[in-house]
Design a protein around this ligand. Structure first.
Ligand SMILES: [Zn+2]
Length: 274
């Protein structure tokens, strides 16, 4: 039984500041160790329920945050930047389930710690068929396309709620309670790992009842930008229709194409800054 793990970092118990999850930050090495512990807890829980193979796709920042040897379950490690399938690179129909570890709330959510949607400078809000989508919701396009259920998410309560909209019945390990966008009350790391282990085990044990994310097609992904220069650029991509000074949309019947088109917008917008 194969599990695909997409790992971010802002959702780890204790993380409340960009500095803690940015390479070069004084506290970054400590918090990457905590993140690794949470990923491993998810792997260990899944192994208890019979999972045997794991691929961890490092999906945070420059996407090379983890020490490969420190991953449990002899997990494969997919890392590095500019992956065409970004946070979901490596997933295909051969996997039995997807875990989203250390995810966070969407840019528009109220006071979810370190909330953003892919690229904080460019995106104010993304909706799919009118439902506000965080990264989990957007990434569910890929899982849906390959017919693989997303069965576990870890992060704060907002992240769990936003993911549930696209993945009904998902198991959530809520490891912290956000107070503001830069403060949260977190479980002790050992308690967080225990909770993740339990939820991962029960997610895999209940796999036969889980279905892939369902999406009514054709679907529309709408983006509200934070400034018109990003929107202007995005509107030049084939398949992206500009609908206002700050808004554009992508409509299609192929969720994989929609995701890749969105990722092209992300990479182009990042290019404006990087
Ligand atoms: Zn993220």
């Amino acid at each position: 039984m194969k599990i695909f793990i997409s790992s971010d970092m802002e959702g780890t118990a204790g993380v409340v500041d960009w500095d803690q999850c940015t390479i070069g930050g004084a506290q970054y090495p400590y918090y990457t160790d905590l993140l690794t512990g949470e990923i491993n807890a998810a792997i260990e829980g899944a192994m208890r329920a019979g999972a045997t193979e794991f691929l961890v796709n490092d999906a945070h920042s420059k996407m090379a945050n983890l020490k490969p040897h420190a991953l449990a379950g002899r997990a494969g490690y997919l890392s590095g930047r500019y992956k065409p399938m970004y946070m979901m690179q490596g997933l295909d129909a051969s996997f039995d389930a997807v875990f989203l570890v250390s995810y966070h709330g969407s840019m528009g959510s109220g006071g979810s710690v370190l909330s953003h949607t892919y690229f904080p400078a460019a995106f104010a809000e993304v909706t799919i068929n009118g439902v506000v989508a965080g990264e989990a919701g957007i990434n569910s396009l890929v899982a849906g396309a390959y017919g693989v259920p997303i069965v576990l998410v870890t992060g704060d309560a907002t992240t769990a709620e936003e993911t549930e909209r696209f993945c009904p019945g998902i198991k959530a390990a809520v490891v912290k309670k956000s107070i503001t966008r830069f403060s949260a009350e977190a479980l002790h790391p050992e308690a967080a790992k225990d909770l993740i282990r339990e939820q991962a085990e029960s997610a895999v044990a209940g796999l036969s009842l889980a279905g892939p994310p369902a999406l009514e097609l054709p679907a529309t992904l709408r983006i509200r930008f934070r400034s018109s220069d990003y929107c202007e650029l995005a509107g030049r991509i084939a398949g992206v229709r500009r609908t206002g000074d700050l808004s554009a949309e992508v409509t299609g019947s192929d969720p994989l194409w929609m995701y890749q088109t969105f990722i092209t917008v992300v990479l182009l917008c990042r290019g404006l800054v990087e």
